[in-house]
Write a protein that binds this ligand. Structure first.
Ligand SMILES: *[C@@H]1O[C@H](CO)[C@@H](O)[C@H](O)[C@H]1NC(C)=O
Ligand SMILES: *[C@@H]1O[C@H](CO)[C@@H](O)[C@H](O)[C@H]1NC(C)=O
Ligand SMILES: *[C@@H]1O[C@H](CO)[C@@H](O)[C@H](O)[C@H]1NC(C)=O
Ligand SMILES: *[C@@H]1O[C@H](CO)[C@@H](O)[C@H](O)[C@H]1NC(C)=O
Ligand SMILES: *[C@@H]1O[C@H](CO)[C@@H](O)[C@H](O)[C@H]1NC(C)=O
Ligand SMILES: *[C@@H]1O[C@H](CO)[C@@H](O)[C@H](O)[C@H]1NC(C)=O
Length: 557
């Protein structure tokens, strides 16, 4: 080796030490298992995630029986079982304006391992705000005899609306195996707005593939809905529906053909709503499931619409994910990007129905690499999985993912089986492994929101103390402040998930942040919110606040 070459080699080694590769995204598998399948997940406090499952023989025990609910502690990655009365299998839920989490609907049956469970399809389960950071002493309240839905509902969806109540949409009355053959063709509210459910022509038109309708509270207080391949805007106050164009190309996006859907971030001053719908299946839903295959390719199609008169006239605009996915989930990042995670490349949701099952699974080819969608990038350049890791764990049917107040994603489930089964010979056993997906900003100096008021009124300028690492203190840095509902994750849909950007400035001395809250509860339904500060794509931990009065619903403030 010549001296010159040796010197160059030494120099290169020194350089590679001096400039380590920038931190990337990482999956971080936790030591503790979830104990119950994380089939539904919702963040209920700055440190706790509520998991709900089927009442069967999951390993986590409480009061001498298998638990089907649990609290995951985000700080310690440990789990505390909860005792429930009714079967929460394939239920829905959200946070209300007063901070209580509500879970509604569920399964009519009991399963081996939990014969004492009561039917869940009319259940209302209330998790009152719980101050314990560890989950110890937190409980779920149920009184099936006096506190229940108007109609039985399995596979419903629910969202928090402009007055802080819950709107509950659709579902099946009883045990359906694949299609919605015993449908609940109605909407209702909690607390109730009337004594009988509201019939829905839309739900009738979208049979038989309309379980877990994908629904959003729009910034004018109306509700967007997509089920099967059809969409509408529903006016709660006038009880009228406006029919929107179909999803193009025969793509169906609700259970058992699960695609996912998301309300893109809303920005001041106009908060123009845009909806993105991705994945699902492109098959004839007059065929019976026995005609379908686990190997039927899912669609890579995404469809996007702007919900203004001009946008509706233009209709859905088609683009494509990097790969086909059935049962993907779409989740907001605080910087306005969308994470696409979980799901399978082929097949269907539900279990035990198609011709060539994989174990009990109707789907195959788990997609284990997430990707990002950049809503403002030019069409064709919006999706990327550069730098995104691949998980060892398949997250297919009955899996969940949620953004946490810490700013990373908690991933749990799946269980595409008719029972709880840890059988290692199965390709997709019941999955108790929990992991976080950690964005690159978890490994660098982050901005901090040092404190925030517990309650924040609408249409108000609020100033909070912050600290910024030197690296993020450059003049002209891109500052984003997002007000987020972290949503409720189940069946490839993140109901109530919302990101509202707020106009914000950082003081000249970089010690305080001033932001303007949304004008009213139509733009952000009153209730719990997490505020994140992002500077040049480096996001703070979230500040958990109550947006609005904290009154019980219905409330207009
Ligand atoms: C659990 O079972 C044990 C033994 O069968 C019994 O002593 C105990 O009282 C039971 N605990 C509860 C909470 O039912
Ligand atoms: C659903 O639509 C069909 C016509 O397609 C009609 O016969 C039926 O009465 C409707 N059901 C409800 C509950 O609206
Ligand atoms: C939506 O599905 C219905 C029922 O299968 C079908 O008749 C219609 O053509 C589909 N719409 C589009 C745009 O593909
Ligand atoms: C296939 O679909 C046809 C028409 O829907 C139905 O009659 C037949 O029973 C189905 N076959 C299987 C195996 O499910
Ligand atoms: C699995 O669940 C089904 C009901 O879905 C039940 O009939 C069967 O007994 C269960 N099998 C086992 C091994 O628990
Ligand atoms: C929130 O409102 C619901 C519905 O009225 C009620 O059941 C719940 O107890 C309330 N929670 C709190 C903390 O007031």
């Amino acid at each position: 080796m010549t001296w010159a070459l040796l010197t160059l080699t030494v120099l290169l080694v020194a350089l590679s030490r001096a400039a380590p590769s920038p931190p990337g995204w990482k999956f971080d598998l936790k030591e503790t298992r979830s104990g119950v399948v994380g089939l539904e997940s919702i963040v209920v406090s700055p440190t706790l995630v509520l998991f709900l499952d089927r009442a069967t023989d999951d390993p986590l025990q409480i009061n001498n029986h298998s638990a089907w609910g649990a609290l995951w502690n985000l700080e310690t990655s440990t789990v505390t079982p909860l005792d429930l009365i009714t079967n929460s299998f394939c239920a829905s839920g959200a946070l209300l304006s007063n901070g209580s989490a509500v879970s509604v609907g569920g399964d009519p049956h009991n399963f081996p391992g939990n014969e004492q469970v009561q039917p869940g399809q009319q259940a209302i389960r209330i998790f009152e705000p719980c101050a314990s950071p560890t989950g110890e002493g937190c409980t779920i309240f149920e009184d099936p005899a006096t506190l229940h839905l108007l109609e039985t509902r399995w596979y419903p969806s629910s969202i928090r609306i402009f007055d802080g109540s819950l709107m509950i949409v659709g579902g099946a009355h009883t045990d359906v195996k694949f299609y919605n053959i015993d449908p609940a063709l109605s909407f209702e509210f909690f607390p109730p707005k009337e004594s009988t459910p509201r019939p829905s022509a839309f739900l009738n038109r979208t049979l038989p593939s309309n379980l877990f309708p994908r629904i959003f509270a729009l910034p004018d207080g109306k509700v967007f809905m997509v089920a099967n391949n059809q969409s509408i805007i529903y006016d709660i106050e006038a009880n009228t529906e406006t029919i929107l164009p179909d999803i193009p190309n025969g793509v169906r996006v609700t259970n058992p053909m699960d695609g996912s859907a998301i309300l893109l971030p809303l920005s001041p001053p106009d908060f123009v709503p845009e909806v993105l719908v991705c994945g699902g299946q492109q098959v004839d839903d007059s065929l019976q499931p026995g005609n379908f295959s686990t190997q039927q390719p899912a669609t890579s199609q995404c469809s996007r619409i702007t919900l203004t008169p001009a946008g509706i006239a233009q209709g859905w605009v088609v683009e494509h994910m990097l790969e086909p996915r059935v049962m993907p989930e779409l989740v907001h990042l605080p910087n306005g990007q969308i994470l696409v995670a979980n799901g399978a490349g082929t097949g269907f949701a539900a279990t035990g129905q198609v011709a060539d099952l994989v174990g009990d699974s109707d789907a195959d080819h788990a997609v284990r690499t997430p990707s990002l969608y950049m809503p403002a990038a030019p069409p064709g350049r919006r999706f990327s999985n550069a730098g995104l890791p691949t998980s060892d764990v398949a997250r297919v049917y009955h899996s969940t993912i949620t953004l946490t107040p810490q700013g990373n994603f908690l991933v749990a489930g799946s269980n595409p089986n008719n029972n709880f089964t840890a059988d290692p010979s199965l390709k997709f056993p019941s999955e108790l492994r929990v992991e976080t997906l950690d964005p690159p900003f978890m490994f660098v100096g982050r901005p901090r929101i040092l404190s925030a008021p517990a309650k924040i009124p609408f249409n108000t300028r609020v100033t909070v103390p912050v600290s910024l690492p030197l690296a993020l203190s450059r003049p002209g840095a891109n500052v984003q402040v997002s007000l987020m509902d972290l949503g409720f994750s189940s069946h490839a849909f993140h109901s109530s998930a919302r990101l509202v950007f707020m106009d914000a400035t950082i003081s000249a001395d970089r010690t305080s942040l001033t932001f303007l809250t949304p004008p009213n509860g139509r733009v952000y339904p009153p209730g719990p919110a997490t505020i994140f500060l992002t500077v040049d794509d480096v996001t703070s931990e979230g500040a958990w606040v109550m947006m609005g009065s904290g009154n019980s619903p219905p409330t207009l403030e």
